[in-house]
Design a protein. Structure first.
Lengths: 256, 251
């Protein structure tokens, strides 16, 4: 389990996170939901140790990330992969080079082993045959899948997704969500930051709703939907209305 | 945060970057490809600019001093003036300023764009150090390449001065060259070739610092690129003054 206890962080006099406490269950998909600027992505950066909080602690495998040495942080980052919102692929490198760039011990692997590793990862994200293309030659959805393949190169226990479906068309969105589900079946824990309700509900097991740097609700979808918090009600309004509207419900069932 | 506090904070961050560079200097052996690539980019891509800069400064120096010395019938001194002026002062400073603009702007814009597109965060997130992967190769490349580039500016400047002196003031080419070379003492060469090493180090580190601290989208990137060139250029002039006044007197 990854635990965030009483995390607060202020950047340039702006409160980013205020006394945030949350638990991330291993082997489950945890969704961090909230509007833009709520502090969702900051949670991912804090889990990875990219940002150090002003107060509080992050416990991963029983160790406080805030008190880890640089070497321990490096070891932690090999267990946690991240898919950035803008993909953060290196423009000057091919797809294969992007995926292998961070691979530890790659110098010890033979060319055939590296080729097999690339093929395996690209096949997992349905991008076989693209190893020699450059990021500029890929579509938005393909770039996202390369970023996922890169995050998986380490065989991480946890994958952090920052707005994985934002800006993608429905087909690419669906393929990304399928990949997140596939990872869960393989035993990988995913933490997905998003503001898109439909995507969150499709892959989420646990939900954390955040607004203005504070957690306003956390738990299963049922618990969230029963919440009396006005912000949660407003955020989930459309979903609640659709699920209580018999015409929309029937139309969805017919479409299925 | 007030402007003064921001400046102190910036200096502190810059000092920490320099500390990190020295602490991880050994990593250069793992990043040879990047270092060689940067050396190529600084060396070959800046060659023509340095060649032109050195040539015209040498020519101008010869013309300006030649006209003054001609009135005393001392055109034989043009060679010494051009040679000492180029090797001790103008060669390193002109090469430094041109490279601050070219290499400094390149480093800041590249690293700044990487910072804005989260590529720097990606490096950190996947367990790589941006200082080792990006800053040290650029610093080593600048340290290695600035010296030969300055040497080129010096030689081309003296040759330019020699041609102009021959055409305009009818100086003998072999006498000019002989005077230019023999008037240079070891102290002149030492100071003239030590400067580019300091210039290279500060241009690379300042430009990388501004690149890594870029925020605020394309406007912020433009602002930081300008700052990198301005601060590097100003520091070149300050270091040049320190060398001319303090180091020269100490030697």
């Amino acid at each position: 389990m990854i635990e965030l206890k009483n995390i607060s962080i202020t950047l340039n006099d702006n409160v980013i996170l205020d006394d945030v406490t949350l638990n991330i269950e291993m082997g489950m998909n945890t969704i961090v939901l909230g509007p833009s600027g709520a502090g969702k992505s900051s949670i991912l950066k804090i889990i990875l140790g990219l940002w150090k909080p002003d107060n509080g602690e992050i416990i991963f495998e029983g160790k406080n990330v805030c008190k880890m040495t640089d070497d321990e942080i490096l070891q932690l980052r090999k267990k946690v992969g991240i898919v950035f919102q803008g993909n953060a692929l290196f423009d000057s490198l091919t797809v294969a080079e992007n995926i292998l760039y961070f691979l530890p011990g790659k110098k010890k692997l033979s060319e055939n082993e590296l080729k097999y590793k690339i093929e395996e990862l690209l096949s997992f994200v349905n991008l076989s045959g693209t190893e020699n293309l450059y990021p500029e030659e890929l579509s938005g959805g393909m770039k996202k899948r390369v970023a996922i393949a890169r995050a998986l190169a380490f065989n991480p226990q946890v994958v952090l997704f920052d707005e994985p479906t934002t800006g993608l068309d429905p087909i690419n969105t669906e393929s990304i969500l399928e990949l997140i589900e596939k990872l869960k079946q393989n035993g990988t824990t995913s933490v997905v930051v998003t503001h898109i309700l439909d995507d969150a509900i499709e892959v989420g097991d646990n939900f954390i709703v955040i607004n203005e740097g504070k957690i306003v609700e956390a738990g299963s979808l049922e618990k969230i939907l029963r919440s009396k918090n006005p912000f949660v009600n407003e955020f989930f309004k459309r979903f609640i209305e659709e699920n209580h509207n018999p015409f929309i419900r029937i139309s969805k069932e017919v479409n299925k | 945060m007030t402007r003064f506090q921001k400046m102190i904070f910036g200096l502190q961050e810059f000092s920490l970057l320099i500390k990190d560079i020295f602490a991880h200097l050994g990593s250069v052996k793992d990043n040879w490809t990047e270092t060689i690539q940067e050396m190529y980019l600084i060396g070959t891509k800046s060659f023509f600019l340095i060649f032109l800069g050195g040539l015209f400064i040498g020519i101008i120096l010869a013309i300006e001093t030649g006209h003054q010395l001609e009135t005393f019938g001392a055109t034989a001194w043009i060679a010494k003036t051009v040679s000492l002026g180029m090797v001790r002062e103008l060669g390193p400073v002109i090469a430094g300023l041109l490279l601050a603009a070219r290499t400094g702007a390149k480093n800041t814009s590249e690293l700044g764009a990487m910072q804005l597109s989260e590529q720097i965060d990606a490096l950190r997130a996947f367990g790589a150090s941006p200082v080792e992967k990006l800053v040290i190769p650029r610093t080593i490349a600048a340290l290695v390449m600035f010296l030969p580039l300055t040497l080129i500016a010096d030689i081309v400047g003296i040759l330019g001065g020699m041609l102009v002196s021959n055409q305009t003031f009818h100086s003998d080419i072999s006498v000019f060259w002989n005077t230019a070379v023999t008037s240079l003492k070891m102290k002149d060469l030492f100071v003239g070739f030590l400067k580019p090493i300091f210039f290279g180090f500060f241009i690379a580190t300042i430009s990388c610092y501004f690149g890594l601290t870029t925020k605020g989208g394309t406007t912020g990137l433009g602002k930081n690129t300008i700052n990198a060139v301005v601060y590097s250029s100003a520091l070149i002039l300050v270091i040049d003054f320190i060398f001319t006044k303090v180091v020269w007197e100490l030697l």
